[in-house]
Design a protein around this ligand. Structure first.
Ligand code: HEM
Length: 512
């Protein structure tokens, strides 16, 4: 016998459908009411429960977020699975992330990296608090403008090595940039000089950089729904355990190498680890400080290598696209330095046009377009808006540096925009105000990067003309200014030629 008669079954189906409609309507009503709230910044409405999952920008993230800014204003509100997010496309980024740094300097919790993969001590994902502040003081001390000047000699050697590599094998220029940046960071963090192609410390550091980047940016479900950690046998746990098992080797090997050399090697004494750990009276520091320094050095490698390589490949692309700008820099170089030597750090102030090219490259290329997300520690009011505790705040560096209100014809590469500015405008428009991020999380390696990247750029232009490659028929191979998606704006592969600028270049590079 059937459990229901036909009229009863129809009645039941009707009731279920009605309940489903009512629940959906209620969800939409609540969703709309929340999104219409005047205290929330504007943004796309999204869907109930999942929120703005489908509005999250795809591969051209920063550009798409800036486009949301054109539609909704300088602050755009999104919500993903209940997590509030604000995109800050303008001055608002400075007002909140810089000026209210004590509230806006936490990081979103990265469960996959921090809880499961043993990477919680990595500086860029560390929560704001005493431990972070202690580490920050150490970094500020070891990476101040004055402190980094002691690495001039090492940067000069490595950068000239890169010029020699390009002279010999120009097609592999990206590999040479990577080798140079890896060596510079190893030298400055641990005092370790890289001589072999397959240096074991560099290989481990790159392995760790790749694993930690995947753990942090991999969109792991456990980062959105922490409760799934209780479900046994999920694949993410296996991956995390494999990484966790490798962490001691990744973090300790180069550091142990430093410790073995610190009593005898001047490079080790001058390194970041040396400056923070070696005491004049010979006493040793406490284990907690030692552990912090070890993680700072590891963090410096990952954060410094990719960003510097991205800057330099963007520069090479911009120069190949703009021969007229190279000519102007080279005229300046010839008149200030001549052709009898390569530039030094002491020349920087005498090369104002080169400085404009450096700034324009940072602006146009924007190596870290969306910075690293900050997290609001306590509910805050900004104008008419209430931003709730835990909101993720993204400073859209790319959006700011391509804002037509600040930089006319922002999509063009125009170093002259930085010439003849009033003192006030020069300060206001300096891209380095933004390119290194914001407030108390602003890149601690900024002086170092500023130094090393400028030096490599000026060296490249004093040794080479960078030009379009030609095909077998002598036809110019076009370069498209295209960039890889992701946290760092690497150029997509492109071809170009490096033509030694004059006969003396091999001598200057020590090749004869
Ligand atoms: C041109 C090169 C570089 C660029 C464009 C760059 C940019 C950035 C940006 C945008 C951030 C995030 C700031 C924020 O959260 O608001 C950051 C963080 C960081 N950078 Fe750099 N960086 C560069 C080079 C370096 C170098 C050479 C080092 C190390 C020597 C370094 C170490 C770090 C560290 C440790 C953090 C994390 C800071 C924290 O979370 O508190 N960076 N960088």
């Amino acid at each position: 016998m059937a459990p229901f008669s036909v009229p009863e079954a129809t009645q039941l189906a009707f009731t279920i459908t009605k309940a489903a409609f009512t629940a959906t309507a209620l969800l939409w009503a609540v969703h709309f009411a929340r999104r219409q709230s005047k205290t929330r910044p504007p943004g796309p409405v999204g869907l109930p429960l999942v929120g703005n999952v489908f509005d999250l920008p795809g591969s051209r993230e920063a550009e798409n977020i800036a486009a949301l800014g054109d539609k909704y204003g300088d602050i755009v509100f999104l919500e993903v699975f209940g997590q509030p997010i604000v995109m800050l496309n303008s001055q608002a980024a400075l007002d909140l992330l810089d000026k209210r740094g004590s509230l806006y300097s936490d990081r979103p919790h990265m469960a996959m990296a921090a809880d499961f993969s043993g990477m919680a001590d990595l500086t860029p994902i560390m929560h704001y608090g005493e431990k972070f502040q202690f580490g920050r003081r150490l970094m500020n001390q070891a990476l101040s403008a004055r402190a980094v000047s002691k690495w001039e000699g090492g940067i000069e050697q490595e950068s000239h090595g890169m010029l020699r590599d390009i002279f010999r094998a120009p097609k592999d220029f990206v590999a040479h940039l990577n080798r140079m940046a890896g060596s510079i960071v190893m030298m400055s963090m641990y005092g370790h000089r890289v001589v072999e192609e397959d240096d074991p410390y560099v290989e481990l550091a790159i392995e760790f950089m790749e694993a930690s980047t995947t753990a942090i940016t991999g969109r792991w479900v456990v980062d959105f729904f922490p409760f799934i950690k209780y479900i046994p046998g999920l694949a993410f746990k296996k991956q995390a355990e494999a990484w966790k098992a490798r962490v001691p080797e990744w973090v300790d090997r180069a550091f142990d190498g430093f410790k073995a050399n610190m009593a005898t090697s001047n490079d080790a004494k001058n390194s970041l680890c040396g400056s923070l750990l070696i005491r004049e009276d010979g006493s040793s520091v406490d284990p907690e400080t030692e552990n912090r320094v070890k993680w700072i050095a590891t963090s410096g490698f990952g954060a410094g290598l990719d960003t510097m390589v991205a800057c330099l490949s963007q520069f090479i692309m911009a120069m190949a696209l703009h021969p007229e700008i190279q000519v102007n820099v080279q005229k300046e170089l010839d008149s200030v330095i001549g052709r009898g030597r390569l530039p030094t750090f002491a020349d920087r102030e005498s090369l104002p046009y080169m400085e404009c090219v450096f700034k324009e490259c940072m602006r146009w290329g924007t190596p870290a377009p969306l910075s690293v997300p900050h997290r609001l520690i306590k509910t805050d009011v900004y104008g008419d808006y209430v931003l709730t505790e835990g909101t993720i705040c993204i400073g859209n560096i790319w959006g700011i540096l391509h804002d037509e209100r600040l930089y006319k014809d922002a999509h063009l590469f125009l170093p002259s925009r930085f010439e003849n500015l009033s003192k006030e405008d020069a300060k206001r428009l300096d891209p380095t105000n933004y390119v290194y991020g914001f407030g108390r999380r602003r890149c601690p390696g900024n002086h170092f990067a500023h130094f090393a990247v400028w030096f490599s750029m000026v060296g490249l232009l004093s040794a080479f003309n960078i030009a379009h490659e030609v095909d077998e028929n002598g036809k110019k191979i076009e370069i498209k200014a295209e960039f890889e998606p992701g946290a760092i704006r690497h150029t997509k592969p492109f071809q170009c030629k490096f033509i030694p600028r004059h006969d003396r270049v091999p001598d200057l590079l020590g090749l004869n």
